[in-house]
Write a protein that binds this ligand. Sequence first.
Ligand SMILES: *[C@@H]1O[C@H](CO)[C@@H](O)[C@H](O)[C@H]1NC(C)=O
Ligand SMILES: *[C@@H]1O[C@H](CO)[C@@H](O)[C@H](O)[C@H]1NC(C)=O
Length: 525
Amino acid sequence: MCIKKCSVYLFLLATIHMCVSSKILVIFPVNARSHTSLGDSIVHTLLDAGHEVTYVSPFPMKSTNSRFRFIDIRSPTTEADKEKPHLNPVHLKNNPMPLHHILKVGSSHAQQALQHPALQELLQDRYEQFDLVLAEWFYSGLLAPLATVFDCPLVWYFSADVYWQVLQMVHEPSSPIYTAEQRAFSVPAVPFTPPERAYQLWLQLYLSGWIYYFTHYVEKPVYVEVYDRAMNIRGRMLPEYEPLVYNGSLLLINSYPPLGQSMPLPQNVKYIGGHHIDNPIKTLPKDLERVMENARNGVIFFSMGSNVKSKDFPETIKQQLVDVFRQLDQTVIWKFEEKIDDIPRNLHILEWAPQLSILCHPNTKVMITHGELLSLIEATYCGVPIIAIPLFGDQFFNIDLTVARGAGIRVDFTEELPRKIFEAIHEISTNQSYRHNAESASTIFKSRPTPVNTELLHWLRLVIDTRGAAHLRSPVQKLTVTERYCLDLLVSLLLLLWFLSKVVKLIKVYLKSTDMDSDSGKKEQ
Ligand SMILES: *[C@@H]1O[C@H](CO)[C@@H](O)[C@H](O)[C@H]1NC(C)=O
Ligand SMILES: *[C@@H]1O[C@H](CO)[C@@H](O)[C@H](O)[C@H]1NC(C)=O
């Protein structure tokens, strides 16, 4: 009896294992902790679900799991370091990077990863096989051919909110008539005014030109260099580059609707924002918990994330900020890497801060941040209003959308920063609507039909099982640019109009000449 039962169980277990476990290659090429921490979280989710994971990243991740293999692509310097501006108000004002600079940063991250000997070794091993490639999309399509080499579907992961450029990887650019460029310095409200529409259209055209240039003249030679051998070893020819770039099966977006811009999406774009949040949230270290419990007037949490270091702050602004905090009733917890002399009693400096646990503590009243999406997701999850000092990338975009939702205040990095921060703290602590709006966003953010990681696993499984989930793909992918924008029909229409105008002209000339003929005929009579 037991033998029968047990063997049934064993059989079930074996089949479950067989259909659940897949070999997945996960690659996060960006040399910034805020990116790879998201990759780490995805990898943990995949391992917990029984998958076999090969993880390529510049930040070593430890795991004793026997189904885990790490490929270290650390290298001494990267373009990412160059993107970081100095926190000098004058410099920030006068020296914004041109928008297309990010394409250079993006391809150089991908290129560095692909040229790394450790990844090349994986590519050159003809017996290496995967069921799925999950790659972080960072302003470059160079990682897409990994799926071609391993002859399996490709899933893109984007660490920010969805916008036109990432959307076109699996669909088409979203309309500049109602969606904004993510890396510009402000986001207008819908409906855009005619100048705003013209500006958004211009940005899209300008960047599309650069994307074309990068794809064909910067990335294509790299593509040949890093993939040719891997394909030849497998007895295949290197295909055209561009079709591979736009052949992702699924796009995962690290955001959720109350955070980003509202956008109609195709079936193969999925929101998984918040996937990195552990539930339940970790408890605070004892000493920090005591500080937070004793904060009778609430806590202000100030963190500029892991990319901006205290040494980047100008000395005067640092001192003025300490003076601002001195005047407050609230307790201030500042994540900062250096000791400050003569700090007020209500200010606590932490070199490292358990951000999520602090944010979700009921005493936390407001977070001061740079407005990176990861911090916004965590503040939104915990229902905390924010004051943001956007510095670069998508931070202006994120904070403008938060301001539009009434859940935060934007303070630009100028000489006035400390005074503006003081005013913003005063505004948020006296006007309850910020807290209220942040709490409603939290309710929306948490209200989902399925836990986010269950959903994530579901879509990956579907893509693996159907070898690319062709049924979810956007039909737009089959169209050329000419067909997509009806350029052929437009040209035909113009030709037709031109032809008709010619005909009308000819008829007029003919009528005139017959008139003249009959006139002269009359005269002759
Ligand atoms: C695009 O992806 C699908 C699914 O992985 C695959 O079957 C197809 O061959 C790919 N197309 C190209 C041009 O590589
Ligand atoms: C409170 O803040 C909201 C924005 O979130 C604003 O619309 C409202 O006018 C403010 N109320 C007062 C009394 O200032």
